[in-house]
Design a protein around this ligand. Structure first.
Ligand code: ZN
Length: 465
């Protein structure tokens, strides 16, 4: 070859190599390389792209990559990210899987106490629980309960397999005392002379249930005596927890509006009147005062009956013989002591209330001047209260019928203490027949009936001798 030909040949070869090189390069396909491959992320976590590259041969074509990303990080699942390059009408792509997963444990919320106190004789009663998962929502139904002696284990898995368990401890003991409930509250009042009626009580214990029958009641009430009293109620449960409570009982004087009737009967007892009179008083629940004389011993039972049925047995004297009793102080008190001792032996109670025959204002004693002034003073010194009256029924004098006795009494009534003089001597039927109407009138007109006691204000006539 000639020298020129050699050069031409060399250039041709070079061009051919270049040409072949272009052909080789243009025939290479792009290659996409992902950093890290598949990726797992938690719910709500923001996907961080770990990076990617693309080469065609030795040429970096990364900037030609198109990415399609449909990740929803609010929803668990497997999402594809597609990295693709178009080259000479062909598409080359690589896929990265992104797994969005729930990694949060569910919660178990116990209702009631984390450490439950259970009665020694009882089983734990489930107080309830709830399980909430951040993703699955309420999964209470999936909770599995395992009962052991001293605890309960609650465990649950969510759909993603996250596991939670929680424990409720159980302690068997009774630390609570029973409770006593007093019916009608812890204060009670009653009128003097009335009978205390227990309004009732109940005792219950958290472990032992009804303990009412085990309640012990202690304390004393003297309803005859005005004052404050206390009843104590006590009970102890099986575990030895003791409770006491008390009720205060107040005995108060009977209230009055000032309108009080004291029925008083002098000169008894008598076989014809006194028993029937006592029957009526009993039926009407009215207490009265009997100023008795020393009648025959066959009538002693009537004095006892008067006392036993709640009336006041007071003294009028033994003989009712004015000439004798008002002849001297000695004669009077000797006469009085005979009936006093008799009444005391019949009733067991020493009488302290008296009425002078003829009343404190009598003039029949004027044959012995000044005797009533002496006797009324001595009565006080001897500890007696003496009572006259402010309404005379007239039943030992001018009144001839029950109607007249009734009218005399009701016409005399005033809005204050009314001490009515009547008699239960033999044959005094007009009083016996008037008494029921007098009682009814009094009750219908706001009067209360009382017997005379040492608390009753004394009522004295003006002394006339
Ligand atoms: Zn008399």
């Amino acid at each position: 070859m000639k020298k020129n030909e050699k050069w031409l040949f060399a250039i041709s070869i070079l061009l051919l190599i270049i040409d072949l090189g272009v052909i080789v390069i243009s025939n290479l396909t792009p290659k996409i390389i992902l950093n890290k491959g598949d990726i797992r992320i938690a719910l709500n976590e923001i996907y961080q792209e770990p990076g990617y590259h693309a080469f065609k041969g030795y040429i970096d074509v990364t900037d030609q990559i198109k990415i399609s990303n449909k990740i929803n990080n609010k929803k668990t699942g497997i999402y594809d990210i597609t990295y693709s390059i178009k080259d000479q009408k062909k598409e080359y792509k690589v896929i990265r899987h992104v797994i969005v997963e729930d990694r949060v444990k569910p919660d178990i919320i116990l209702k009631g106490q984390k450490t439950a106190i259970v009665c020694p004789n009882k089983e734990y009663q489930e107080e309830g629980f709830e399980s909430i998962d951040n993703y699955d929502g309420n999964i209470t139904k999936k909770v599995v309960i395992q009962k052991e002696k001293d605890f309960i284990l609650y465990s649950v898995y969510d759909l993603a397999g996250n596991h939670t368990e929680t424990k409720r401890n159980i302690e068997y003991k009774d630390e609570k005392a029973p409770i006593i409930t007093l019916t009608g509250g812890n204060a009670y009042s009653l009128y003097q002379g009335e009978t205390y009626k227990e309004p009732g009580y109940q005792a219950s214990d958290n472990c032992d249930g009804d303990l009412t029958k085990q309640v012990k009641v202690s304390g004393n009430i003297n309803s005859k005596q005005v004052g404050n009293y206390q009843l104590t109620y006590e009970v102890t449960d099986e575990a030895g927890n003791r409770v006491t409570t008390s009720r205060s009982i107040i005995v108060i004087p009977k209230p009055t509006n000032g309108k009080v009737i004291y029925l008083t009967f002098d000169d008894g007892p008598s076989a014809s009147i006194t028993p029937a009179l006592l029957d009526i008083l009993k039926e009407e629940n009215v207490k009265a005062t009997f100023f008795v004389l020393n009648r025959g011993s066959n009538l002693d039972y009537l004095i006892q009956r008067e006392h036993n049925e709640g009336h006041t047995v007071a003294l009028h004297g033994s003989s009712h013989n004015y000439r004798h009793i008002y002849s001297s102080s000695e004669a009077f008190w000797t006469d009085m002591s005979i009936i006093s001792q008799k009444v005391q032996s019949l009733t067991g109670t020493k009488p302290t209330i008296i009425r002078f025959p003829g009343g404190g204002s009598n003039t029949v004693s004027r044959f012995n001047p000044g005797i009533m002034s002496i006797l009324t003073k001595e009565a006080k010194e001897k500890g007696y209260h003496y009572f006259d009256w402010n309404i005379g029924s007239g039943d030992s004098g001018e009144a001839k019928t029950a109607e007249q006795v009734y009218q005399n009494v009701i016409k005399g009534l005033k809005n204050k203490n009314n001490i009515i003089l009547m008699h239960d001597f033999n044959g005094n039927y007009k009083t016996l027949h008037a008494i029921k109407n007098i009682i009814h009138y009094g009750k219908q007109n706001g009067y209360t009936f009382e017997r005379i006691t040492m608390n009753t204000p004394e009522m004295h006539h003006r002394i006339a001798n």
